[in-house]
Design a protein around this ligand. Sequence first.
Ligand code: MG
Length: 296
Amino acid sequence: MKTLSFPGLVAIALFVNASQSVAQEWKSGVEWQEPPLVTPGATDNAPPSDAVVLFDGRNLDAWENGDKWLIENGVATANQSAITTRQRFGDIQLHLEWSAPTEIRGEGQGRGNSGCYLMGLYEVQILDSFRNQTYFDGQAGSIYKQTPPLANAMRKPGEWNTYQIIFNAPQFRGNGDVNRPAYVTLIQNGILLLNNFELHGPTSYTEAPHYKPHAETGPISLQFHGDAVRFRNIWLRELKPAVGRRVSPPFNLPMPPKPGESGTGSQKPADEAQPGKSGNTNSQTDAKPTTAGSKN
Ligand code: MG
């Protein structure tokens, strides 16, 4: 077997080292639309400029059966029946604040029980889980009977809890099969309780979860479970994916010519590349064209 001479190895090492030391900027080949401007609220709990406000302390007109709940001092108290939004939603970022009754009554599932039903089907549990034992996949922040939360982040009865819920609605194929299951992320009082949890289907007290095809949007429902759970400051944002258009495969920018040279680099620039030949096939980038540039 022939081996390379020492000078040969040195030459290869120098060549590799030289080629690695030349940094050429990498470009994705996707022209992204400019993200929409959203003006934040005065605080992170206040609705931003693009929010759909579902309860601002004045009335529950956005909800069916909202007239059955009691409203006082900007706070709505669960009463008589569940309430359900008139409007329907798909992927959302939902903010709500809730408080278990100050006076402790009952125990386990019978203490401070409500729930936030996404699309009217998928319950993020609301329960007074402050020093209150119950089955773990039924405590506050659980997906009811599917997973416990990653932590118990409860404040005391009577104090206010914040839920930030990010929900991705399930998608179904034409034949009814699940194309994408639903996912939920939940942060309670700044603490992550559900980390992009994949739902197994609708939550139920009596049935194992299994998906049944349904519309792309659905209402949000707040449960009445016999307990005077209080709510305030409820709003959401409808989520839309970033939009871009692939205009070329990914590429590195050409090397600038050295003084006195007229050549170009070895990499193809965007206008020489052939779109669609390779690279990211993320459906977000197959959407409508954009006029946005590709500046950093
Ligand atoms: Mg409940």
